[in-house]
Design a protein around this ligand. Structure first.
Ligand code: DX5
Ligand code: ZN
Length: 217
């Protein structure tokens, strides 16, 4: 389906070669570039922060989609705007004021996303749908690439019905591969994040594999 966008997660890329990795996945057909920011506090893993994301910016010609797995979020919003994020997604579970956070992300000039951990129900975003450009449905517990897919198709269907004709993307992240992608797309997701399923078997020196993997999803 041409309306489905694939957003490779550079969490599965070579951390010593992000610029080339980003250029490779875009040349091989990535629609968006998904950037996983982890703080070692909200999730039990640590990746990179605003200076690194700013360094990625000139390499991204499509959409730089930044998934914050950090708490708190609000003190960092301006730094990610300055870093050049197009979409900035915060977890609903990261603090008591997600409504304020989404307002602040838009006020800083970015598209606003709200992410839901597997245990968080679809209803939690009922009062946020006019403030969000994207709802991210996690299909793993956030923190690591390469985990087993958790079936959230019921949540995706519920969100699609709640969203109605609003221009809100449903993004899915975690364990997306050629087997699970049709399930989540069939339930109504339109932006599919994939890390290990895109990068496995390839490298910056053999990026054609990335293209084959993207087309297989
Ligand atoms: C997990 C991250 C994901 C991760 C997905 O916490 O948010 O973006 O990179 O990796 P895969 O596709 O390997 O499950
Ligand atoms: Zn992610």
């Amino acid at each position: 389906d041409r309306s489905i966008k694939i957003a490779p997660s550079i969490l599965s890329a070579d951390f010593a070669d992000f610029g080339r990795e980003i250029r490779a996945i875009e040349a091989e057909g990535a629609d968006w570039v998904h950037v996983d920011v982890m703080d070692g506090h909200f999730v039990p893993n640590l990746t990179f922060g605003p200076p690194a994301v700013k360094a990625f910016r000139p390499h991204v010609k499509t959409v730089m989609d930044v998934h914050l797995m950090i708490a708190p979020v609000d003190p960092w919003i301006d730094a990610y705007a300055d870093a050049g994020a197009d979409v900035l997604t915060a977890h609903l579970e990261a603090g008591p004021h997600i409504h304020r956070t989404l307002q602040a992300i838009r006020a800083a000039g970015m598209k606003a996303g709200v992410a839901l951990n597997p245990a968080t129900p679809a209803d939690a975003v009922a009062h946020l749908l006019d403030l969000a450009d994207l709802v991210l449905v996690m299909t793993v517990n956030p923190g690591f690439g390469g985990q087993k897919f958790i079936d959230m198709t019921g949540k995706i269907r519920a969100l699609r019905a709640m969203i109605g004709d609003r221009p809100v993307h449903i993004q899915v992240d975690g364990g997306v591969d050629p087997v699970t992608a049709p399930l989540v797309a069939g339930a109504g997701a339109d932006v599919l994040v994939a890390g290990s399923a895109v990068f496995r078997g390839g490298s910056v020196d053999n990026p054609a594999v990335y293209g084959d993997n993207i087309r297989a999803i």
